[in-house]
Design a protein around this ligand. Structure first.
Ligand code: SF4
Length: 339
């Protein structure tokens, strides 16, 4: 079987059990040097400019990747996916709708997983075997995360890069595992990054559309030690069953469930503040209000639109936020010398 694209994390174990290659269309879009051209292609084909650039990018990138079908997550990800799915269907792409249950009930999740399994003609024991194999890689990603926040050996940007890739394991889990192994070996031999006692930040929200954001934040004395959603993509809890795993995955569910994870990790990782990334035209921007009200530490809310370098105004806001946190924490760090 060939490749299967998807619009956000789905139970990849089922695809792998069927012998398909998982392709997270977001990752293909954002890792391409032509990312901006995919957004423009969607606009040329009639997508409104008030539609989120990730959505336009996913549509645009589909003209360059060969997939047998697309799994569109119609509940639990994006309010715009249904319309994207309809456009793709009209243009002749096979689309399968997957819905994370709003009520997080085991029964509803079991039903969704069974439907997906039947669609790909695979048995439960084949899926369980795929899960065992992926869990081995997920344990290694948990170690990579530990090297980030506990040991100071891995930067927030490196952490982001590996965890975000775990949604489709770069389309080839075994090659990805070798890459993780090599990275862990190299990282274990590093000296800890400078000033582990400096600012410890959490990154909240969907992955950034700006490719240089981490480079603008991290520097000696300032590190991102928690990547919320990227970590969720890596399924860090190692739940014993498929149902449990995809019910513990916080991203598709209500913000209060996400907050439980954020609050737990804030305490565990000793976070000083948060950068909350929001996307222009995304409904999740509304949830910023809840995060700001509920979180114990300062939150800097950023808004990105297109895949382009960070703008000067946002950079200035980051500098001001870091200075404020440094004053509060009483740390003297080399602001602005991280590039
Ligand atoms: S950033 Fe928001 S609007 Fe854009 S694809 Fe993701 S969930 Fe949808």
């Amino acid at each position: 079987m060939g490749a299967v694209g998807f619009t956000t994390s789905i139970p990849v174990e089922i695809l792998l059990a069927a012998g398909s290659r998982p392709v997270d269309l977001n990752n293909v879009f954002i890792s391409s040097p032509q990312a901006h051209s995919f957004v423009r292609k969607a606009e040329t084909n009639g997508f409104p400019s008030t539609c989120c650039a990730w959505m336009r990018g996913i549509y645009g990138v589909l003209s360059t990747v060969e997939v047998d079908e697309v799994i569109a997550v119609v509940r639990g990800d994006c309010s715009q996916t249904q319309a994207l799915m309809e456009v793709l269907q009209m243009e002749g792409t096979r689309v399968y709708p997957f819905a994370y249950p709003y009520d997080r009930s085991s029964q509803a999740m079991e039903g969704e997983l069974r439907k997906l399994r039947e669609h790909f003609h695979v048995r439960q024991d084949e899926v369980d075997e795929a899960k065992r194999n992926l869990d081995r890689i997920r344990r290694k990603l948990n170690r990579l995360d530990l090297l980030t926040w506990r040991d100071g050996l891995v930067s927030g940007e490196e952490n982001h890069r590996f965890l975000v890739a775990s949604s489709d394991m770069n389309g080839d889990p075994w090659a990805f595992e070798r890459e993780v192994d090599a990275f862990l070996e190299e990282a274990a031999g590093r000296a800890p990054l400078p000033a582990p006692e400096g600012l410890r930040l959490g990154y909240l929200g969907v992955p950034p559309i700006w490719q240089d954001l981490y480079r603008k934040i991290e520097r000696p004395g300032v590190r991102v030690v928690f990547n919320e959603i990227q970590r969720q993509f890596s399924m860090p809890y190692l739940a014993p069953t498929m149902e449990q795993q995809y019910l513990e995955f916080t991203y598709p569910y209500e913000v209060f469930f996400r907050l439980e994870d954020i609050e737990r990790e804030t305490a565990r990782r000793g976070l000083d503040g948060f950068v909350h990334y929001t996307q222009t035209f995304c409904f999740r921007q509304i949830e910023d209000k809840i995060l700001r009200q509920r979180l114990p530490n300062p939150v800097l809310t950023l808004e990105g639109d297109r895949p382009e370098p960070l703008d000067a105004r946002t950079e200035t806001r980051i500098e001001a936020f870091l200075e404020m946190l440094q004053r509060e924490k009483g740390t003297a760090t080399a602001a602005g010398d991280g590039n």
